[in-house]
Design a protein. Structure first.
Length: 263
């Protein structure tokens, strides 16, 4: 290979390595440590969620930035606690409302870890959905930087329900489990109607329960009928086998009782 060829090859290799290095850089965002966030809660219930942010000055490398948060909980209180490298709390701030900003995080303050705690009331369901289940945002955190740019840190959601919607969902779940593996168009249609009633919400929940129960009963009856048919087939098969055995035995006896052909 000539000197010019080696030079061109070296440049291409460097470009490729640089490309691989850029591609391997982790996505921007503050690291999230331990978190305690409910995944399921009743409408009107008061819940508390806690999220810990670690390595606050990496990816991207910033010496100072502002934490912002949003939620769909109501009657909300936010608590932001700042800890140094020894685990000692160095500061604390509180905010009210479904959103907050102004939680300043700076290396010069000695902050190395931030804990966000939110307490609020689970909101009412505006639109019910069986699949996927209706949900709300418990908390959403954002890293805001000077100049207006920002990075999403993470978002946590949870399903919410009423006593009536939970009962209807449980009945539909049971019906779906009963129907699985059962060939019954009627049961399948009742199950689908139950889901549609559930999605209607409100007064439709009682209808969803009735339809789900009917679907399960139809599935159980179909399964029992299929079981009886199988038993009948097994019985018929057993009778055939017994008949063959008896016939064979009688034939054998007739051969034994017959005249001696060599006599």
């Amino acid at each position: 290979m000539t000197k010019t060829s080696w030079s061109r090859f070296f440049k291409i290799a460097v470009v490729c390595l640089l490309g691989l290095s850029v591609a391997s850089v982790p996505a921007a965002g503050v690291s999230v440590g331990d978190s305690t966030v409910t995944s399921d809660a009743a409408v009107g219930e008061q819940v508390t969620a806690t999220v810990t942010l670690t390595e606050p000055y990496q990816n991207p490398s910033l010496e100072a930035w502002t934490l912002e948060g949003e939620t769909e909980l109501t009657d909300v209180t936010w608590t932001v606690e700042y800890y140094d490298q020894t685990g000692a709390r160095v500061n604390q701030q509180s905010f009210d409302g479904q959103s907050f900003s102004g939680a300043n995080i700076a290396a010069e303050d000695g902050t190395s870890e931030v804990q966000v705690r939110i307490t609020g009331t689970v909101p009412a369901v505006t639109e019910y959905s069986y699949d996927p289940a209706q949900s709300f945002i418990v908390l959403d955190l954002t890293q805001a930087r000077e100049g207006g740019s920002s990075n999403d840190i993470d978002s946590w959601s949870a399903t919410h329900y009423t006593e009536e919607s939970r009962e209807a969902r449980n009945e539909i779940d049971d019906a779906a489990a009963a129907i699985e593996g059962v060939d019954s168009r009627e049961a399948g249609e009742d199950l689908q109607s139950a889901i549609e009633a559930y999605n209607g919400g409100g007064e439709e929940f009682s209808l969803a329960v009735d339809l789900a129960n009917r679907a399960q009963e139809t599935a159980d009856q179909t399964q029992q009928s299929n079981r009886l048919v199988r038993f009948a087939l097994y019985g018929a098969g057993a009778l055939v086998v017994v008949g063959v055995l008896i016939g064979g035995f009688l034939y054998w006896r007739s051969q034994q009782d017959g005249p001696d052909r060599l006599g």
